[in-house]
Design a protein around this ligand. Structure first.
Ligand code: HEM
Length: 145
């Protein structure tokens, strides 16, 4: 049972991360498209579908399956919740979820032709989920504390 939940947790993470890494890249290209152009309208559809069909449900699934695993954990009383690596991981996943919330907001801004940021800004933002993901995977696999 535990291994099955873990497998689906990892599948959900892959979908979430694929979207979290791709969406800011779409914003970089979208910045270069003129408002009202066919390209800009196409980017709007791509961004909205990526957010609604992939990233949002994948984040919910990652959280629910992760919390389920944590609750099952090695200790019948506290699960994994007493472990330092999980506590640190949950903090980083909160940060990842906050970045997700900001991306959702920028999708809305682009949809209304009200983007306020530069290509460079989105290129920098693009690195944040990557760094968080590396730190989270190292924490969960190595369990250093
Ligand atoms: C708050 C949300 C999350 C919770 C509570 C959570 C919790 C857990 C738990 C308890 C395990 C099982 C660890 C084990 O059996 O050794 C696990 C596995 C895993 N988690 Fe999460 N997780 C969450 C989100 C994430 C995210 C966002 C990522 C990646 C970006 C991630 C990456 C992984 C990986 C790669 C594994 C498999 C590790 C292995 O097989 O050794 N998790 N998670």
């Amino acid at each position: 049972m535990y291994e099955w939940i873990k497998a689906f947790h990892v599948i959900a993470i892959i979908a979430w991360m694929a979207g979290m890494l791709y969406l800011p890249r779409l914003f970089v290209y979208h910045c270069a498209a003129q408002n009202g152009s066919i390209q800009s309208e196409t980017f709007k559809v791509m961004e909205r579908r990526l957010l609604r069909a992939i990233i949002n449900p994948a984040m919910v699934a990652t959280w629910l399956l992760g919390l389920w695993l944590a609750w099952l954990g090695p200790d019948s009383r506290y699960g994994w919740f007493a472990s330092g690596w999980l506590q640190a991981k949950i903090v980083l996943v909160f940060v990842m979820s906050a970045v997700h919330g900001m991306l959702a907001r920028w999708v809305k801004d682009f949809a209304a032709d009200r983007n306020r940021h530069s290509q460079r800004f989105y290129r920098i933002i693009n690195e944040i989920p990557t760094i968080l993901m590396i730190a989270i995977v190292l924490l969960v696999v190595l369990k250093p504390f």
